[in-house]
Design a binder for this molecule. Structure first.
Ligand code: MCN
Length: 790
């Protein structure tokens, strides 16, 4: 079935209520920490209080003698028994050498490299006993100087022998010579230096893992709050523990949000799985909020210099970018792909800029590992580009909308100079719709009204694009991925005609149990209630690459569509036999099989039952049952895009910024469930505005301590911080997946930060404020105003 026929099916585009919410709202959800296994013990990790130190000795004897303590594991216990944690993405430096890939031990081996690094694991009968014993483990540290600012990384002490100058790689894309030549002749060059602030992910459910071991079968089970259980299993078995995969089952039950931070293989997951066998019991660990702040992989943390060369009319001629990226103390699973493949390839944005050169230096520092966080590289790209574009507009005396329109790509497919080929889009329509919805015509009047109150009003634009549906294995492989990025779907039609869908995607808030059921019910013409969706269990789902990069509907959903094609083809044969017609004459629509040109028809349920009562059809031609599996590997990414417009009021006396209006017009191609999509956009925008106005991880430069280690110091956005968002859509269906969908799960977080900061800068323009870095907290804004008056 083609994408345009699919879009016309009943249920597609219907705002069905999320079926999973009843169990979440009534407390019936089953999160990892809710699971209690027989013979279960509790793990607590002893963590480094130092940012950088040598471990001289560890004395666990006092702790091990305490009541209820089963064992204290240290680096010595695991030495030679397992490898370190792998990095899933190999980056090659511009000089042809591979990135530096120092070991990332599951428990520290002689040295700690950030505050929170895991040094020992205490396993005890109760959580309290484990906590008490963890405090009794005596670790003798010899502190070393620490470096937390990547711009000082070369001067700092080396974290790893493998990287003496703390440099991991230098990576580049584009032709520097050609770009430099364009800059040399350009009529105008606009330059911007900016920082993309470091963020700490804050899922409602902290990370949690239970390792279990069955001595009778020699099988392991890991329950874990994770976004991609098959990948977790693959990395843990093949790279770290050296176990055959079939001996390990990974179950990611209900997961209370991930935002990217739960796609990585963390040390704790491996440690509890391994310890379960050593102690012949189940071992549970759940992070407390302080541990989450310290040890969940952080996000962003870029410092960038960007320059745009333009002609006299503001047409973009060339873009030149240098970015320093902080990777933290160790390479987390996808960390190396974030500032390279996921960032630099996005820098054409929505524009026809013919020449682009991007260079990235990546650094080790004594901070928590940095990896993907909602958007992963694409928010960093969009923030940089959209800030630069608005700065170009102001420099050239053009409107923020006008400069964008002058440079928009208008014909598709479009090959960018940074590797990507956009299949479809309508950026002008997104801009026009956004301006209408934002009532831009009334802006000057609103500005005067704000001025009358002593407030400064500003308007900010951001026209984002993202590459999502992260997949094509051939592209990802060519760019350094160490695994494929397809997806798997299985459809099991039961004799009664009800259906179970097994998907390799994982839902941890995105509502797949509803939207995937919508897709299947629409295709088969059966009630949505007759479809169940199973995910998050390597023991039940054939295979899967999990959820990140807004890939689930466009890659996981497409795999399900492929499996449905097979189901339909087989069912047609059964229907043909039942109606004594030829296979070629059977049509399937609205849940019924019909013989073309006649009134003969039978319902889907009858065919499903017949599939399991095979004496009614020729067994020599068909196997019994109606059960199909398909793998889908797309030919390209999907390219959602949109324009966001933000209006803020700034109080120049206090520096307080209030978001007064926020409009988002997105193109997600065909939309399965508008209500769920709106929820995704709302959540994303809130996260983006959180980054723009409030959130920032701060490490003390001297001691390397995380200064923002709790909600007392790290501000999270709340509902009362926002107006109602105005949302609109434009639809240019994706041309290469059978649903016509483009991902929506990250768009809000990608498009919103530059819209907000552009609005704040616009508001402060006549006060002479040219620039400041996110987050635009009252004190930063106030200080920026004061500096102009000094
Ligand atoms: N959808 C739709 N029509 C479309 C596109 C999507 O109806 N054209 C629906 C999908 O069927 C799905 C939801 O919208 O129910 C999101 O789909 P998609 O864009 O494919 O994104 P994923 O499901 O792959 O989710 C991943 C994405 C990412 S990368 C992050 S980070 C993120 C996000 O989703 N983390 C989240 N949204 C989150 N929402 C919650 N509540 N919690 C998280 O951790």
């Amino acid at each position: 079935m083609g994408a345009s026929d699919f879009a016309k099916l009943p249920h597609i585009g219907e705002s069905l209520r999320r079926r999973e919410d009843m169990r979440f709202l009534t407390g019936a959800g089953q999160y990892t920490d809710d699971i209690q296994l027989a013979n279960q013990r509790y793990a607590v990790f002893v963590r480094s209080p130092h940012a950088h130190a040598t471990i001289k000795s560890i004395d666990a004897s006092r702790a091990e003698a305490m009541p209820g303590v089963r064992k204290v594991f240290t680096g010595k216990d695991i030495e030679g028994k397992m490898n370190g944690l792998p990095c899933g993405w190999l980056i090659t430096s511009t000089d042809g050498t591979p990135m530096k890939e120092p070991p990332h031990p599951v428990l520290a081996q002689g040295k700690v490299r950030y505050v929170g690094d895991q040094v020992a694991m205490v396993v005890a009968d109760t959580l309290q006993a484990a906590r008490d014993a963890a405090e009794a483990v005596d670790v003798d540290y010899e502190p070393l100087p620490a470096v937390v600012d990547m711009r000082e990384a070369t001067k700092g002490p080396a974290l790893h022998d493998a990287a003496p100058d703390n440099h991991c790689y230098k990576w580049a894309i584009g032709d520097k010579g050609q770009v430099d030549a364009v800059f040399a002749k350009a009529a105008h060059v606009t330059t911007l230096n900016l920082t993309n602030n470091r963020l700490i992910p804050n899922a409602i459910e902290p990370r949690s893992a239970i390792g279990a071991y069955n001595r009778a079968t020699d099988d392991y089970t890991l329950y874990v709050a994770n976004q991609n259980p098959h990948v977790e299993r693959l990395l843990m078995t093949a790279f770290v523990l050296g176990l055959p995969e079939h001996k390990v089952r990974v179950i990611a039950p209900d997961v209370g949000g991930g935002f990217g931070s739960k796609i990585f293989l963390y040390a704790e997951d491996v440690a509890v799985t391994w310890a379960a066998r050593q102690l012949n019991c189940a071992v549970k660990w759940t992070a407390d909020r302080s541990e989450a702040f310290l040890t969940d992989a952080h996000g962003r943390d870029h410092v960038t210099r960007a320059e745009m060369a333009m002609d006299k009319d503001g047409k973009f001629l060339a873009l030149r970018v240098h970015t320093d990226a902080n990777l933290g103390a160790y390479l987390s699973t996808f960390s190396t792909a974030v500032p390279t493949i996921l960032y630099a390839t996005l820098l054409a944005g929505q524009y026809t800029t013919p020449q682009i050169y991007v260079e990235v230096d990546a650094w080790f520092t004594n901070t928590a590992p940095v990896d993907a966080y909602r958007g992963a590289g694409r928010p960093e790209a969009t923030y940089m580009l959209e800030r630069l574009v608005s700065r170009c507009a102001w420099d050239m005396g053009l409107g923020q909308d006008e400069i964008r329109k002058r440079n928009f790509i208008t014909s598709f497919p479009y090959q960018t100079p940074v590797a990507l080929q956009y299949d479809t889009g309508d950026y002008v329509a997104c801009m026009d719709n956004a301006k209408k919805l934002a009532e831009v015509d009334g802006y000057e009047q609103r500005k005067r009204a704000s001025e009358a109150k002593g407030l400064k009003r500003g308007i900010g634009y951001s026209s984002y694009i993202e590459a999502c549906g992260i997949a094509p294995s051939n592209i990802a492989g060519a760019l350094g991925a160490r695994a494929g990025l397809f997806e798997c779907g299985e459809i099991r039609v039961h004799p009664t005609g009800s259906v179970t869908v097994f998907t390799g995607s994982h839902s941890h808030g995105q509502g797949h149990e509803t939207t995937f059921a919508q897709v299947v019910a629409a295709r088969l013409g059966i009630p949505v209630e007759n479809v169940d969706v199973v995910h998050g269990d390597t023991g039940r789902v054939p295979f899967g690459m999990g959820t990140y990069g807004s890939r689930s509907i466009s890659v996981g959903g497409a795999a399900i569509m492929k499996a449905l094609d097979k189901i339909e083809a087989k069912a047609k044969k059964i229907a043909a036999h039942l109606m004594e017609a030829s296979d070629a004459d059977i049509e399937f629509a609205g849940g019924e099989f019909k013989v073309k040109g006649t009134d003969k028809k039978i319902p889907f349920g009858q065919v499903a039952l017949t599939a399991y009562v095979p004496h009614n059809y020729p067994l020599d031609k068909l196997e019994p049952g109606l059960n199909e599996t398909a793998f889908y590997d797309p030919t390209n990414f999907t390219f959602p895009a949109g324009t966001y417009i933000c209006e803020v009021e700034v109080d120049p006396q206090t520096g307080v910024v209030r978001v007064d209006r926020f409009t988002a017009v997105d193109d997600f191609g065909t939309i399965i469930n508008p209500m769920i999509v709106e929820g995704q956009v709302h959540g994303g925008i809130v996260q983006g505005i959180g980054q723009a106005l409030m959130e920032q991880a701060v490490y003390d430069k001297e001691s390397g301590q995380l200064l923002t280690g709790s909600y007392m110091d790290y501000t999270m956005p709340r509902a009362s911080d926002f107006p109602n968002f105005q949302l609109g859509t434009v639809c240019t269906p994706c041309t290469h997946n059978p649903l016509g969908t483009k991902g929506c799960g990250e768009a809000g977080a990608i498009g919103s930060p530059p819209a907000v900061i552009n609005a704040v800068l616009d508001a402060l323009h006549d006060l002479g404020v040219q620039d400041f870095d996110m987050p635009a907290t009252p004190s930063r804004v106030w200080q920026a105003i004061q500096r102009t008056q000094a």
